[in-house]
Design a protein. Sequence first.
Length: 74
Amino acid sequence: MNYIPAEEAISLIKSNNRIFFQGAAMTPKFLINALCQNYKNLNDVEIVQMHTEGDALYAQEPYCNAFNTNSCFV
């Protein structure tokens, strides 16, 4: 198995992309935090998610300006 740094992984996400977050205990908090740190370089990224565990930084200011949340679990 190959591992890459979180910054390299999230660099593959571009504006206008759609991404999926696994939910519950499998929520990738480390990658979500790295993604939110890159919010200034992104615009209109759709996040499809189920029940994510923990704080949804991408739905809070100032990150929510770059991300749109599409929740499959309400």
